[in-house]
Design a protein around this ligand. Structure first.
Ligand code: ATP
Ligand code: MG
Length: 583
């Protein structure tokens, strides 16, 4: 429990450190809030001379001044209120922006394994929902803390100034109210955490349905999806209701506790010893102060609710910001490697896998040579490509590029050396040109892009769009066919002009004629590059310098096309099956 409290403290401190950057706005807000509280206090204070001197006729000028006083004071109150709200909103919105930017940037540094085990929906909800909760803590709660805090302190001071005896009553009831608040706050924090998690499940299940909407339609999944969604949305509702009822109970409870104080004061005031020390003005000021204290007391419970929400939201955000980013300890940077790749005794298990996906794999590729990987589905071919680009780190063994361990390279420099046309290419909701030149739009001219697109045989279909290269292709290229998407991916790789090329079934979605065209382009492309070609169709890799047959994560055969045929083992039978199938 203590641990928990300390934790909440350190999180709060960290949150405050975010606010520190906006000191000026914060100072403005605090001045506004204190001004606001001071005006409230002045209004209540003015009751005493108004009643004791004004209405009794002792000093009639007070009655004449009162209308001006009220207007001026209320005007000041308005200015103070504006200043505090505006400045706090400034701070709050800036904090959200900063947090969201940090999260966004952090997400792009996290290792691939993180995304393997995390739902996109949860992450989206963190950036949108949780970050806003933090802003509420930063702005709403602080407005209440400072404004209501200053009001409460002012009112208590005023009460003591008028009659310390009666004011002491407040301190008898104060601790009881404090205790109640403490109990309520623990519950709030727990519920807030549940709400956040529930929000994550709402985004996740919506996202799953939206992404898979065609499967839903085809398999009649509406009922199942509805049921899933009804369940998660109901969880959110119950959690929110718990929050609302905790809130709804706490406010009246705390108020009735405070009303005891009021009743007690009224009772004490009937004692002659006390009555003699009070003027009617003083008495009115004390009663008004106590009534006015109800609002700050009520706000204190809400502040707490707000802060608890903020703490539990920032806990999960900070956890993510503190997460280890992908290891990038290498410092070696290089303009362009030759492309000698050496893989020695590599063993690798996926973070979620139970047995190695690659077991003791070794092979060398000389600069400019091509190696082909063939084998059953799930044998580990794509895994090799994942490791070369350090999407994952290997368990043991060594992978080196130009004789240098790839862990010694700076990640960006290493990835600059490799172009991949992968099995599942992702396209952005942008123009065709920007997709081909992704992330280097200003590095290439339109001419370069057209050249790459022509070589990849993409220009033919691009020209069919009225807007050509400037056509926007929809989310993940929704407007394109599988083969068209693949050709864009090839154009992308061509444009990158990297010394190492990985083609992971680059031509699997193409018809025989397109494939023949592109194969010619790819052959051309591979000429002065080191290339790793993964293909199911053996006819496309016959000319590779070396062919490796992978099975269950191990290299079981290696050699040239002719050599492997001559061995008469797995490759030979694969080849026979395919040629008889094709005939
Ligand atoms: P295909 O020809 O179907 O593309 P592949 O040879 O490329 O198959 P890989 O993608 O390398 O196969 O997968 C090798 C093994 O690793 C498979 O058993 C697969 O289940 C597992 N695997 C792949 N990706 C992951 C991942 N992200 N997390 C855990 N296991 C994975
Ligand atoms: Mg694969």
């Amino acid at each position: 429990m203590k641990n928990n409290k300390e934790n909440a403290w350190s999180i709060l401190k960290r949150l405050v450190s975010y606010i520190k950057d906006f000191k000026l706005a914060l100072v403005g807000a605090i001045i506004g809030m204190i001004g606001y509280a001071a005006v409230d206090m002045a209004l209540i204070w003015s009751l005493q001379p108004l009643i004791d001197d004004g209405f009794t006729g002792k000093d009639p000028s007070i009655l004449e001044m009162m209308p001006y006083f009220v207007v001026i004071v209320m005007g000041l109150r308005g200015v103070a209120a504006f200043m505090s709200s505006y400045c706090m909103a400034w701070v709050g919105n800036n904090v959200v922006m900063k947090l969201q930017r940090q999260l966004f940037a952090q997400l792009m540094l996290l290792p691939v394994s993180f995304f393997d085990r995390t739902n996109t929906g949860e992450l989206l909800s963190k950036i949108t929902y949780d970050a806003t909760q933090v802003s509420n803590a930063a702005s709403n709660a602080l407005v209440k803390v400072f404004r209501e805090g200053a009001t409460a302190i002012g009112l208590i001071a005023l009460m003591f100034y008028q009659s310390w005896q009666l004011s002491l009553v407040f301190f008898v009831v104060g601790p009881i109210v404090g205790l109640a608040i403490n109990i309520v706050s623990k519950r709030f924090r727990k519920i807030s955490k549940n709400i956040q998690n529930a929000m994550g499940t709402v985004t996740t299940s919506s996202e799953q349905m939206l992404k898979g909407h065609k499967e839903v339609l085809m398999f009649g999944g509406q009922k199942v999806e509805n049921k899933k969604f009804e369940k998660v949305s109901n969880t959110v509702r119950t959690q929110k209701m718990k929050m609302a009822s905790a809130n709804a109970i706490s406010v009246p409870v705390i108020q009735s506790l405070s009303s005891f104080a009021l009743a007690f004061v009224l009772y004490l005031a009937t004692f002659p010893q006390i009555m003699d020390t009070l003027s009617s003005g003083t008495f009115v000021v004390i009663i008004s102060s106590m009534m006015a204290l109800m609002k700050p007391i009520k706000s204190v419970t809400q502040i707490n609710n707000e802060i608890q929400k903020g703490i539990s939201a920032s806990t999960s955000l900070f956890e993510m910001l503190d997460m280890n980013v992908a290891k990038d300890e290498g410092t070696y940077e290089v303009e362009r490697v030759n492309g000698d790749i050496s893989i020695k005794n590599v063993v690798f298990t996926y973070p979620k896998g139970d047995k190695p996906a690659l077991n003791n794999v070794s092979f060398d590729i000389k600069s400019g040579q091509s190696i082909a990987l063939v084998g059953r589905s799930g044998s580990g071919k794509s895994t090799i490509a994942n490791l070369l680009t350090r999407f994952y780190d290997i368990d043991s063994g060594e992978i080196s590029l130009d004789g240098k361990n790839i862990e010694e390279y700076r990640l960006t420099s290493l990835r600059d050396q490799v172009a991949i046309v992968s099995q599942n290419v992702h396209l952005f909701n942008d123009t065709i040109a920007n997709n081909i030149a992704y992330a280097s739009e200003d590095k290439f001219t339109e001419e370069d892009i057209v050249k790459a697109a022509t070589t990849a045989h993409a220009m033919e279909f691009i020209n069919n769009f009225p807007e050509g290269l400037n056509t926007i292709i929809g989310e993940n290229g929704a407007m394109l066919s599988g083969g068209q998407r693949q050709r864009l991916a090839i154009a992308r790789a061509l444009l990158r002009d990297a010394p190492v090329l990985i083609l992971d079934e680059a031509t699997s979605a193409l018809d025989t004629e397109s494939e023949r065209h592109i194969q010619a382009a790819l052959d051309e492309l591979q000429k002065d590059r080191t290339s790793i070609v993964i293909a199911h169709r053996l006819s496309t890799i016959e000319h590779a310098d070396q062919i490796l047959v992978i099975d269950h994560g191990e290299v079981v055969e290696r050699g040239t096309h002719q050599e492997l045929l001559a061995q008469g083992k797995i490759y030979h039978s694969l080849s026979q099956m395919q040629s008889s199938g094709e005939l």
